[in-house]
Design a protein around this ligand. Structure first.
Ligand code: GLU
Length: 388
């Protein structure tokens, strides 16, 4: 069968593929240590599940508005004011089937064929694929240790052409864990405003930050940058709601109306009763978020301590998210072979850096329990000692 060209140009999601493979092997009784998909191992907090159950019992089982339940859109606007100093109302919010879907809808709503989208590397692997699906051209800007793996204002400025439409900013970042400072964001915002492009700020890891670093939303830095900012966020990471598939876009009303029309002809509304769980997540106590954050902080330290004992691997201490992006440049493998051999020989699932734009790195998620981390790092050490 001849497939559409747009689909032949994209790669399947490696994060989802490896995570599914690891889960299938575990189900078959294999003793797998999985550091693959970024998926918190905690159960969704009880008050959130209860709210969804009650919504089911109240009959919230019908079609809803494509843009989301009005109460949830209000609640998200309230959260963005409270937490991020962003002045949105419900009309500025689109509820989507997860953070990923919010980004996909955005790309489809703003990108014309040939439009360029600037993506700093390393990047979350779905960004370039979504840009291509929308007919755009991903423009990858490499970063390195000299700038802490962050794109600078000068590098952003140099990458902008008359075709540039959008810049993708992800802080805290998947996979590197870097968090941009207020000053760095101010410098990037100046370029975005001066050169009149759009920025999407993917803030899905905003609650998972360490050592007192500040999480700043670029759209809060002034009226001109606010008008050019689109926020993408969701409930998966902060509230351990990965399977619920609830995310959102916040943006100027015209864009939300366009993305909502797209959603009206594609997915329609997000599962109605699930949206009531999301309202409870935002309106209820935030203690669960802090409890999980503290657990991630401990796990980060344990994984870092283990990795530091492995000659041949190097890694920076991440300020946010729940990944360590370790450099494997001293081993004899590139990342795809490294990860397939590691899984085969030691039953450890890690994600290769290649689809993230960094083939000399692997990504290890520490959103898993300490026993798995210690056991898996032992196995990783054995593997590395045989391949350096
Ligand atoms: N965003 C998560 C990750 O990078 C979930 C998997 C995915 O959607 O790619 O692991």
């Amino acid at each position: 069968m001849e497939l559409a060209q747009r689909i032949t140009e994209i790669q399947p999601s490696v994060t989802l593929a490896i995570a599914a493979m690891a889960k299938a092997m575990q189900k078959d009784g294999e003793d797998i240590c999985s550091f693959s998909a970024g998926e918190p191992d905690f159960d969704t907090p009880a008050h959130i599940k209860d709210a969804a159950k009650q919504a089911l019992d109240r009959g919230k089982t019908k079609y809803g508005a494509a843009a989301g339940e009005p109460e949830l859109r209000e609640s998200i606007a309230g959260k963005l004011k409270r937490d991020n100093n962003l002045k949105y109302s419900a009309a500025n919010i689109l509820v989507t089937n997860g953070g990923k879907h919010s980004l996909y809808n955005l790309m489809m709503a703003v990108i014309n064929p040939g439009d360029e989208v600037i993506i700093p590397a390393p990047f979350w692997l779905s960004y370039p694929e979504m840009v291509k699906l929308a007919g755009g051209v991903p423009v990858i800007v490499d970063t390195d240790s000299s700038t802490g793996y962050k794109i600078t204002a000068d590098a952003l400025s140099a990458a902008i052409t008359p075709r540039t439409k959008l810049f993708i900013l992800n802080s805290p970042s998947n996979p590197s864990g870097v968090v941009y400072t207020r000053n760095e964001l101010q410098a990037l915002a100046k370029v975005i405003v001066d050169r009149d492009i759009l920025v999407v700020s993917d803030e899905i890891y905003e609650k998972i930050i360490y050592d007192g670093v500040e999480q700043v939303s670029i759209g809060a830095l002034g009226e001109e940058i606010f008008q050019r900012t689109i926020i993408s966020n969701g409930f998966a990471k902060a509230y351990s709601m990965t399977g619920w598939r609830i995310g959102y876009l916040a943006a100027p009303v015209a864009l939300i109306q366009a993305a909502s029309a797209l959603q009206g002809h594609s997915t329609s509304n997000v599962c109605t009763f699930a949206q009531y769980g999301a309202i409870a997540a935002l309106e209820g106590s935030q203690d669960c978020v802090e409890t999980m954050r503290q657990a991630f902080a401990t796990r980060r330290q344990v994984m870092l301590d283990c990795l530091q004992q492995i000659p041949g691997l190097t890694c920076a201490k991440p300020d946010g998210a729940f990944y360590i992006f370790a450099n494997i440049g001293n081993t004899k493998f590139k990342s795809l072979d490294f990860c397939s051999q590691l899984l085969e020989q030691q039953q450890v699932a890690a994600i290769p850096g290649q689809p993230f734009g960094a083939d000399d790195c692997i990504r290890l998620s520490y959103a898993t329990d300490l026993i798995t981390i210690e056991k898996g790092m032992d196995r990783l050490a054995k593997f590395v000692s045989n391949c350096t």
